[in-house]
Design a protein around this ligand. Structure first.
Ligand SMILES: [Zn+2]
Ligand SMILES: [Zn+2]
Length: 146
């Protein structure tokens, strides 16, 4: 994979064109509406993993619109985002208040209490680092996933 270039051009243009009508898909807490948080960027991550030694689940792109507030939180040191890529459910964890020591900007979960009884584990535990690279679409910066 070449650095920062995994989004194909046409798709990128389409997403940029739609950005003005998108809203943040990250969790702003109970009682909030996505419509109140216009998206200013997308985060893009390649999702794909080995189910076992033989079967490889194909990579797809996960594109998530984010507002300015969330984009900032994603690159800061204060918050870690827990995001279930099976159902899209997500929440923020304050690193200061968390019992576990979080170092990452985003932890991708394969399954969460919202969509399954079975916790599938942390996605990045079995991934080569570059496959889990998260990047912003508009601003050309990358997050360190793990
Ligand atoms: Zn947001
Ligand atoms: Zn879920």
């Amino acid at each position: 994979m070449e650095g920062g270039g995994f989004m194909d051009r046409i798709e990128r243009l389409r997403l940029l064109a739609e950005l003005s009508t998108e809203h943040c898909e990250l969790n702003h807490g109970p009682g909030t509406k996505g419509e109140d948080y216009p998206a200013v960027d997308y985060i893009v991550v390649n999702i794909g993993y080995k189910e076992d030694e033989v079967k490889e689940v194909s990579v797809r792109k996960l594109v998530i619109p984010v507002c300015a507030e969330c984009a900032e939180a994603l690159v800061g040191d204060e918050w870690t985002l827990l995001y279930c890529f099976l159902c899209g459910n997500n929440r923020w964890v304050s690193r200061q208040l968390a019992k576990l020591e979080y170092r990452h900007h985003v932890l991708w979960l394969r399954g969460c209490p919202e969509c399954t009884k079975e916790f599938g584990g942390l996605y990045f535990a079995d991934l080569p680092k570059e496959e889990g690279t998260v990047e912003f679409l508009v601003e050309e910066k990358e997050l360190d996933p793990a």
